[in-house]
Design a protein around this ligand. Structure first.
Ligand code: SF4
Ligand code: SF4
Length: 164
């Protein structure tokens, strides 16, 4: 099993809360803004899961691929970006993997306010484990490195706009 398959498997049943967090916010992270489509980045190789899947489309997005979803999905079809949301595994300063709040979640997800402390520890642990596995594969590691750079840019933008 590849690191990607194993990461998807680790997060196949575990969600940020023990209950359905979509009930808290009526699935805000799945809702598109008017006139836009919901899309999320695919991890390297993840496109294979969606090539012939009805209702899903894959678009190029710079160096990455963007998956456009039907707006609702079964858990087994959910891409890894959605399975780990609102967290993100990143390379820590000391070389290990660390799990942070995804900067993009700040405007969307009500769980961000309490942070990891308010989430199911099993979920946080599964994101960490998935990150550790992915970091061992060069393509996945490079993808996560690009996400880390993106997170830093978003953080700097937030600080410039809000001062916090
Ligand atoms: S926005 Fe946050 S609380 Fe709402 S469904 Fe998505 S992850 Fe759960
Ligand atoms: S793939 Fe599923 S979980 Fe992800 S945004 Fe679309 S409907 Fe929501």
């Amino acid at each position: 099993m590849s690191a990607l398959e194993e990461a998807r498997r680790l997060l196949s049943d575990i969600t940020p809360l023990k209950t359905d967090c979509g009930r808290v916010c009526r699935g805000r992270c799945c809702r598109s803004l008017e006139g836009e489509e919901t899309g999320m980045l695919l991890f390297p190789g993840e496109e294979d899961f969606y090539e012939d899947a009805e209702g899903w489309r894959i678009l190029p997005a710079g160096r990455e691929l963007l998956l456009i979803c039907p707006g609702e999905c079964d858990r087994e079809a959910r891409p890894l970006s959605c399975r780990i949301f609102p967290l993100m595994p990143l390379m820590g300063d000391a070389g290990g993997v660390t799990v942070r709040t995804d900067e993009r979640a700040r405007a969307v997800c009500p769980l961000v306010k309490q942070g990891k402390r308010g989430m199911d520890p099993a979920f946080v642990q599964a994101v960490l484990q998935a990150g550790e596995l992915l970091m061992e594969e060069p393509a996945q590691r490079a993808f996560l490195q690009r996400r880390a750079e993106e997170q830093e840019e978003l953080k700097a933008l937030r600080k410039a706009l809000t001062g916090s």
